[in-house]
Design a protein around this ligand. Structure first.
Ligand SMILES: Cc1cc2nc3c(=O)[nH]c(=O)nc-3n(C[C@H](O)[C@H](O)[C@H](O)COP(=O)(O)OP(=O)(O)OC[C@H]3O[C@@H](n4cnc5c(N)ncnc54)[C@H](O)[C@@H]3O)c2cc1C
Length: 298
């Protein structure tokens, strides 16, 4: 595999490829000390990393041929299960996702371009954990649970503990993220807003918002405010949530929530934007998100 880029030849280090048919076989390969095995799902992040030699696994373990990972379903308790081989395009087209988890559907639609979503998986984006990616913020906003399978068995990790640092999660090298589980969306009001330099880019900064309105009232009884692109992990801003809780989500409350962003959010400077620009954009995005989320609550 050789590609040309700006006159430079990009080529991965040599690797073997295997496509097992069961989770047990995937885990056995990951746990085998003789090889430096790495999972490949959609390959939309991993293959560029291989080509730039930022990763040099000796074996790629393709998980997209494992039938038990290629499932998306809602269980009897109303939770959505998305298996590791489920592509982003399939998840966003699923009527159950669009009806029950519209925040997730909206965020997936913001990922890259159709070609990326046709190959990239939901779990791959979560396992990769680019801090500018949309799905980790949504997973935190929706209290996702991550099911990890390794040689010692299966464990479940809450979203608040899964994202550890930039490109780092609670996954051990010999563990597979077998599925992500989302309970019912905790409110009918939702919005996903982001700032990007160009259509399809990763977010410079973005916000996932869920609002819940107390029945028969015009009072906010639940709020989730989570930013992407604002730190090494998705940032839940409780001060902004507190500014909205118990209010009518009117101008005053929304202004207080935006003020919380300006005083509490601490993004970093990088080549894409200054911290100040990110913070101000985040406050604007939250104002816009509050308006559309509250309309959806009505
Ligand atoms: C041009 C371009 C634009 C993009 N734009 C965006 C964007 O705007 N927003 C965005 O969020 N993403 C974007 N992406 C990334 C895209 O969403 C990827 O699909 C995603 O980050 C990784 O999913 P994947 O299935 O392709 O994983 P892969 O590339 O196959 O894997 C990525 C990493 O996760 C690990 N991994 C994957 N699945 C598992 C698993 N089940 N268990 C354990 N480890 C696993 C792999 O070992 C690897 O380290 C873009 C990609 C490209 C090429």
């Amino acid at each position: 595999m050789t590609t040309e880029s700006g006159g430079k030849r990009l080529k991965p280090a040599p690797f073997d490829y295997t496509a097992p048919r069961s989770v047990a076989d995937v885990v056995a390969l990951l746990a085998d000390d003789e090889h430096d095995a790495k999972v490949v799902a959609g390959g939309q992040s991993l293959i560029p990393m291989l080509n730039m030699r930022l990763a040099r696994p000796t074996v790629l373990v393709d998980i997209t041929r494992v039938p038990e990972l290629d499932r998306i379903h809602v269980d009897a308790a109303g939770a959505l299960h998305i298996g590791a081989a489920v592509r982003q395009a399939r998840a966003v087209a699923d009527p159950a996702v669009r009806d029950g988890w519209p925040l997730l559907a909206a965020a997936i639609a913001r990922i890259g371009h159709p070609q990326i979503r046709n190959r990239g998986t939901v779990c791959g984006s979560l396992a990769h954990h680019d801090p500018a990616a949309e799905l980790p913020a949504v997973a935190l906003a929706l209290d996702a649970r991550f099911v990890l399978t390794g040689p010692g068995g299966t464990r479940t990790v809450d979203a608040a503990d899964f994202f550890v640092a930039t490109f780092q999660t609670a996954l051990e090298p010999d563990e597979l993220l077998t599925e992500v589980v989302l309970g019912p969306q905790p409110g009918r009001g939702w919005a996903f807003e982001e700032l990007t330099r160009r259509h399809g880019d990763f977010a410079t900064v973005g916000v996932a918002l869920v609002l819940d309105r107390a029945p028969g009232t015009s009072t906010v009884r639940g709020a989730r405010v989570v930013f992407c692109g604002a730190g090494p992990v998705p940032v839940r801003l409780r001060a902004a949530e507190d500014a909205l809780l118990g209010t009518d989500a009117g101008e005053r409350a929304v202004r207080a929530a935006a003020e919380a962003v300006l005083t509490r959010l601490t993004p970093a400077d990088d080549i894409h934007a200054t911290a100040v620009h990110r913070r101000e954009a985040a406050a604007h995005l939250l104002v816009r998100a509050c308006t559309s989320a509250w309309e959806r609550c009505s």
